[in-house]
Design a protein around this ligand. Sequence first.
Ligand SMILES: [Zn+2]
Ligand SMILES: [Zn+2]
Ligand SMILES: [Zn+2]
Ligand SMILES: [Zn+2]
Length: 431
Amino acid sequence: MRCSSDARPPSGMDQYWLSGGTSDERNKSFRMGGEVLVMEEAYAHALSPRFFATHCLHCLQSPSLQYLPCFRCATVCFCCEECREEAWRTYHKYECPTLSLLVDEEIGCMALLAFRVVLNAGLQQILSSDEPAEEKEPFPSGVYDPRSLSVVKRLVSHEKERPAGDLFKRTVTAVFLLNCLEIGGLFQDEDGESAQNRVGALLLRLLQSLSCNAYEISELWVRNEEVSRGERVQIGGAVYPTVSLLNHSCDPNVIRISHGSSCAVVAIQPIQPGHEILDNYGYVFHSNEFKSRQETLQRQYFFRCTCRACEEKWPLLENLQVASGISHRCPRCLVDLSKKVKKCPKCGKEYNARKAEKKFRSSVDSYRGISERLLQNKGEYEWREAFPVISSHVRLLHQFVKKPCKEHVRAMALLKQALYLQGNVREINAA
Ligand SMILES: [Zn+2]
Ligand SMILES: [Zn+2]
Ligand SMILES: [Zn+2]
Ligand SMILES: [Zn+2]
């Protein structure tokens, strides 16, 4: 499939601290070390109401000095004139008159996001686009365009699996949102009833599909430079049609990192060429019980997880063992090797078990020292310095230590924190 995405990393993305080897190595070997696999701008995004007074409605930054109010309401703020103008022109003028109703908790958190998708698409595109049909060939041109409404319409809605009460509530919400759009002035007299019907149908579809396809926009809150204690806070929601294509695993090989309202999908485990990129829908094996994971995934996403962690019933972190010993794998293709081989039988890479083991043991030593220091609440500078050691150690763990074990989970937690530190961060310093 050709892709016409014009999404580019936002400025600052080249800051990722390690790129993971030369392009030649990368083509032959796995992806790792904080490598960005997908970078997608939000099709639409919505800031959570509790951050309306602290974050720019449009770019989601929290301005340190001066906030600009909306032209009309006193509910939201902006970081600069450009954000205010752009937001007003593209969506806020339509939502401003009814914003307090749109963000009412009883309406549900997806309402404002569905509203924004409609406004981003625009009436013209909605009226000219085909009716959605999951079975139908969605891209007649053969081009996948993540900025087109047809891609958003194709996000799975699970309409057939939903009980009548669920559909009834979503239908009422869609009618309510349609009225808000009318009050906001989206429709002109000449658009007529059929335009409203088309928009209403789209809203109903979005209210179903977004509940299993929308993503959180998060920010790492770091108090007094204590990065290791930094916690991720959800500040809003967004639609990323391409990221939505990724399936779930309870032991994912990527994480999503928010950059403003954009989303970076970054490798945290080796991914070999041809292997699937596996995201996590909020339930990882080491902190959520098998049974509750399965139930929640079934209820919210309508599937039974058959990832390796589920099939083998991997234990929670507190019950995980430490690694019992070293096992050898090819550093390039991760196939199991005997200590005696001189070459990987699968990919032909030369192998020296004694040398490889020495490298791993020295990595264990330097990683241990660095992780102990970082956990004593070092600031961003120390984390930045430590990142290559953490990243390369995680890679070596996959080569020498069998999963699941405590070492993998702990090293991965450190790697994830170092990566989140490169996305949206809010520094909070006590006076
Ligand atoms: Zn802004
Ligand atoms: Zn306003
Ligand atoms: Zn699973
Ligand atoms: Zn190999």
